[in-house]
Ligand binder design. Sequence first.
Ligand SMILES: [Zn+2]
Length: 210
Amino acid sequence: MLGVALAALTLAAGAHGAAAARPPIVWNAIPYSAKRKSEMSAYSRRHYGFSGSELRNPKVIVEHLTESSTFSAAWNTFAPDVADSELHELPGVCAHFIIDQYGTIHQLVPITLMCRHTVGLNWTAIGIEHVGFTPNDVLTRSRVMSASLRLTNWLRCREGIAINNVIGHNESLKSPYHHERIARLRGQTHDDFPTSSMVKYRAALRKMTC
Ligand SMILES: [Zn+2]
């Protein structure tokens, strides 16, 4: 059933001629102050060994689930520049994009700045969050899946990112770009978007063109 739904989605995406065209994106910026930039730079120095808050030549796109039911709940998690509850570090966690349950793409941060969304990959990864709790909240909702594929395809074509480097958060430790200087965090990842779901996601992405 899922396969049928994915096939239909792929056809729908192709029928729109989406390919590498920029999908509609609503700008809902979170505050990214000079203080937050300097904290991002210090984070980068601690975790990756170089200073700076800029995201240059990103090589990876990481797909996430917000584990919340609304866009505003997710936005409100990312907006404040406060230490996160899990690792207790600054700057506050964020993602570049959130796709809501209606398929609207919201952008929170320019892709020229780093966001803290995936331990080991923030130095080179664009983060895309999806409002929902399980991968099926994306894979089986045609508007959400279509928006997600269009955004990801546009970004990956624009930045020259290989499809194999479009990964789920849960796949972070297997990425060839994973790098973490702090030993206790080297095995840290999250459950969202495991390989079983990303195989289906990447198969749909492979049917799109740049
Ligand atoms: Zn995640």
